[in-house]
Design a protein around this ligand. Structure first.
Ligand SMILES: Nc1nc2c(ncn2[C@@H]2O[C@H](COP(=O)(O)OP(=O)(O)O)[C@@H](O)[C@H]2O)c(=O)[nH]1
Ligand SMILES: [Mg+2]
Length: 247
């Protein structure tokens, strides 16, 4: 795991302090908004990472995301309150063409692969390529190798390649991330390892002026969100917000 720093990590916020509805001084802090999109092959654990970050939960057999899901999470980073607007996309190829609607105007992207599945890193690389060609040129991209809980070290060997279950060596993915200017993490949505660091380091890397910069608003209505080009009502978006701040 890299890019981890406990020192400036995101800390929990009560809804009143983070949400601007209370009466104390902290409540007057306006959150900086960060639009973040998750991309990656189906079943690598994108939704599970979001579930872990927002609700501190894990579901063993999570049903696949259809279209996309929207969640928010407020966090405190040093003296700032950050409100992540998280777009969790479906990994199935048939939804690929919808992705630009989600990464358009995004200030951050988490591209996820599964450390036990080499092909998922190839797919992650193709997402990075697409983002670097077509997304906001200032977008902060984090590469996350998920499911590290499935990797077991073989005791007699200190070689990482001797870990059972692992198909993507840490060093290989880290070298790729360095070459392409990405933040790099290994995570376990199941155990929680590294998950908060992903969001902390992203928040630290986005310049303040970009967090504040006005951008076209998408219509978000009662947890159901509407993007251009998608049907209204029961469209392919599962909505949900975490009104409080419990990261
Ligand atoms: N062991 C383990 N399983 C995970 C982890 N993250 C997700 N999964 C499982 O992998 C499957 C796919 O997860 P999901 O979050 O739906 O993947 P998505 O399609 O990328 O959103 C589910 O059965 C999850 O329970 C993890 O960190 N460790
Ligand atoms: Mg999903």
């Amino acid at each position: 795991m890299s890019n981890t720093s406990r020192q400036n990590s995101l800390s929990s916020e009560s809804p009143a302090r983070a949400g601007g509805e209370g009466t104390n001084q902290q409540s007057n802090l306006k959150p900086f908004q960060v639009k973040l999109v998750l991309l990656g092959e189906a079943a690598v654990g994108k939704s599970s990472l979001v579930l872990r970050f927002v609700h501190h939960e894990f579901q063993e057999n999570k049903e696949p995301t259809i279209g996309a899901a929207f969640l928010t999470q407020k966090c405190r980073l040093e003296d700032k309150v950050i409100k992540f607007e998280i777009w969790d996309t479906a990994g199935q190829e048939r939804f690929h063409s919808l992705a630009p609607m989600y990464y358009r105007n995004a200030q951050a992207a988490v591209v996820v692969y599964d450390v036990t599945k080499a092909a998922s890193l190839d797919k992650a690389k193709s997402w990075v390529k697409e983002l670097q060609r077509q997304a906001n040129p200032n977008i902060v991209i984090a590469l996350a190798g998920n499911k590290i809980d499935l990797v077991q070290p073989i005791e007699e060997s200190e070689e990482e390649s001797q870990e059972s279950g692992r198909q993507v060596p840490t060093e290989e993915a880290k070298a790729y991330a360095n070459e392409f200017g990405l933040l790099f993490f290994e995570t376990s949505a199941k155990k929680g390892d590294g998950v908060r660091d992903v969001f902390t380091e992203i928040a630290k890397k986005i310049p303040l002026e970009l967090m504040m910069s006005p951008r076209p608003r998408q219509i978000v209505n009662g947890g159901q969100s509407q993007l251009p080009g998608l049907p209204r009502g029961n469209g392919p978006i599962a909505g949900g917000t975490n009104g409080g701040c419990n990261c």
